[in-house]
Design a protein around this ligand. Structure first.
Ligand code: NAD
Length: 418
C-alpha cells in the first residue's frame, strides 16, 4: 500500500474535522476520540508439531453509549493496536450513521492464517474466544468477521463461549453460518450496501449508473460482491484487482466469471477475458466514473490522490483514503461516499442476525435485503440533507456530523456517573 498513515490518527482527525461543525464541548469531543477499553493479549497456542507459538491479539471497545460494542475480528500480519483502535472507532460512527443500536468495537490477531493448518487456526480462535469470554455477550460486546475471518471462525467463537458459559446464546457473535444461527443475506451485505450507496450517489449527483465505468480494488468478500451487484445495475466493471495485481477490459469484465477464476487459481490475474494486466496503483488512477476501494486502509495517500481520475469514489474498505487524500479529492471535486455508510451493510445485517437470534425467529433473504435497503437509503438521505443544510465540504464530514451528534445525544441523555 501507499503511505502508512496511522489509522488511529486518521480517525481522530476525522472526528476533529466533523466536530468543528457541531456544538460540542472540548471534554466531550475528547471522549469521542479515545477507546473506553483496549484488551491486549499474548495467546500461547500449540502447533501441530507440538511446539508453542505466541500470538499478539487485541480487542478494543471504543464506545458503548448507543448499545453493546460491535465489530469484527481481523487476522492479518499487519494488525496493530492502533489499527484495532481506529477500526473500533469507525464502528461506533458506522453504527450511528445507519442508526442501529450499537456502540463500536474491533479485534485482531497478528497472524497470516494461510501459514497455519485449519486445526491450528481453530485452536488460536478458541484461545482468543476463551480470553474474550468475560467481555463478550449479546448485551455486552458482539464480534463478527473481518479480513481473513468468516463463518468458520464465528462458529468456533460461539461454540467456545456457549460451552464455557453452559448456555445457548447465538447472538454473542454475528456472521455465523446459517446452521449455527446466521442470517440470510449476511455474506452479501457489505457488497450490497456498497452497491446501494453507489446507486443512490449516482442518482443524487444526477448521473447514470447504467453504462458507468467502474474499477474495484480488492476482490475479496466486499469487493467481488459489490462488483457483481453494481454490474447488475447495468454498469460496466472495467477493472478489478487483488494483491496479485489488476485485470482490465475496456468493454467490461464479467465480475462473476473473474471471481470463479480467482476461486480456481487464487488470484484475479490470468483471467482470459482481460485485455491487459497492470498494477494496483494503475487501477486506482484509472479514468473511470466510479472507483470502489475494497482492500485495506491507506490505499490512496495524498500523492496518489493527485493522480486519481475517477469522478465518484464509494468506499467498501474501511479507511482506504488518508486524511490528506481526502483533502486533495475534496479540492478536486471528486465525490467520496464514505466507508461508514457504504460498507455498513455488514454490520446492519449483523444487527438483523442478532435480532433474529434473540427472537429465535428467522427472516427470509427477501426481508433482509428489503430492511437493509431501507436502512441504507434512509442513512444516505440523512447524510445528504446534513451535507446541504450545513454546507459541508464533503460527504465524509456529513456522515461524521450525523453520527457524532447521535452519539453525543445518547451520552447526554444518559449523563455521567459517578
Ligand atoms: P477479504 O480478505 O475477503 O478481501 C480483501 C481483498 O483485498 C483480497 O482480494 C486481497 O487479495 C485484496 N488485497 C489485499 N491487499 C491488496 C492490495 N494492496 N491491492 C489490491 N488488493 C489487495 O476482506 P473483506 O472482508 O472483503 O474486507 C475488505 C475491506 O472491507 C476491509 O477494509 C474490511 O475492513 C472492509 N469491510 C468488510 C466487511 C465484510 O463484511 N467483509 C464489512 C465492512 C468492512
Amino acid at each position: 500500500m501507499a503511505e502508512q498513515a496511522n489509522p488511529f490518527e486518521s480517525l481522530q482527525e476525522q472526528i476533529d474535522d466533523a466536530s468543528a461543525h457541531l456544538d460540542v464541548a472540548d471534554d466531550v469531543r475528547e471522549r469521542l476520540k479515545h477507546p473506553e477499553r483496549v484488551l491486549e493479549l499474548n495467546l500461547s497456542v500449540e502447533l501441530d508439531d507440538g511446539s508453542l507459538e505466541r500470538f499478539r491479539a487485541f480487542r478494543s471497545e471504543f464506545n458503548g453509549d448507543r448499545g453493546p460494542y460491535k465489530g469484527g475480528i481481523r487476522y492479518h500480519p499487519g494488525v496493530t493496536r492502533d489499527e484495532v483502535k481506529a477500526l473500533s472507532g469507525w464502528m461506533v460512527y458506522k453504527c450511528a450513521v445507519v442508526d442501529i443500536p450499537y456502540g463500536g468495537g474491533k479485534g485482531g490477531i497478528v497472524v497470516d492464517p494461510s501459514d497455519y493448518s485449519a486445526a491450528e487456526v481453530e485452536r488460536l480462535t478458541r484461545s482468543f474466544a476463551e480470553e474474550l469470554r468475560p467481555f463478550i455477550g449479546e448485551d455486552k460486546d458482539i464480534p463478527a468477521p473481518d479480513v481473513n475471518t468468516g463463518q468458520r471462525e464465528m462458529n468456533w467463537i460461539k461454540d467456545t463461549y456457549e460451552t464455557l458459559e453452559n448456555t445457548t446464546e447465538p447472538g454473542v457473535v454475528t456472521g455465523k453460518s446459517l446452521e449455527s444461527g446466521g442470517s440470510e443475506g449476511r455474506v452479501e451485505a457489505t457488497g450490497r450496501s456498497t452497491m446501494l450507496t453507489a446507486r443512490e450517489a449516482f442518482e443524487y449527483l444526477d448521473r447514470d449508473i447504467e453504462g458507468a465505468s467502474v474499477a474495484v480494488q480488492g476482490y475479496g468478500n466486499a469487493g467481488h460482491i459489490a462488483a457483481y451487484l453494481i454490474e447488475d445495475l447495468g454498469a460496466n466493471v472495467v477493472a478489478v484487482s487483488d494483491s496479485s495485481g489488476a485485470v482490465y477490459a475496456e468493454d467490461g469484465l464479467d465480475a462473476r466469471e473473474v471471481k470463479e477464476h480467482k476461486n480456481e487459481t487464487g488470484s484475479v490475474t490470468g483471467y482470459d477475458g482481460a485485455d491487459e494486466e497492470f498494477s494496483n496503483e494503475d487501477l486506482l488512477t484509472l479514468d473511470v466514473d466510479l472507483l470502489v476501494p475494497a482492500a485495506l486502509e491507506n490505499a490512496i495517500d495524498g500523492d496518489l490522490a493527485r493522480d486519481v481520475r475517477a469522478d465518484v469514489i464509494v468506499e467498501a474498505a474501511n479507511g482506504p483514503l488518508t486524511p490528506e487524500a481526502d483533502d486533495v479529492l475534496t479540492e478536486a471535486d471528486v465525490h467520496v461516499f464514505p466507508d461508514i455508510l457504504a460498507n455498513a451493510g455488514g454490520v446492519t445485517v449483523s444487527y438483523f442476525e442478532w435480532v433474529q437470534n434473540r427472537q429465535r425467529f428467522y427472516w427470509t433473504e427477501e426481508r433482509v435485503n428489503e430492511e437493509l435497503e431501507r436502512h441504507i437509503v434512509s442513512a444516505f438521505d440523512d447524510l445528504t440533507e446534513c451535507y446541504e443544510s450545513l454546507d459541508l465540504p464533503n460527504f465524509r464530514t456529513a456522515a461524521y456530523v450525523v453520527a457524532i451528534q447521535r452519539v453525543i445525544d445518547a451520552f447526554t441523555d444518559g449523563g455521567t456517573w459517578p
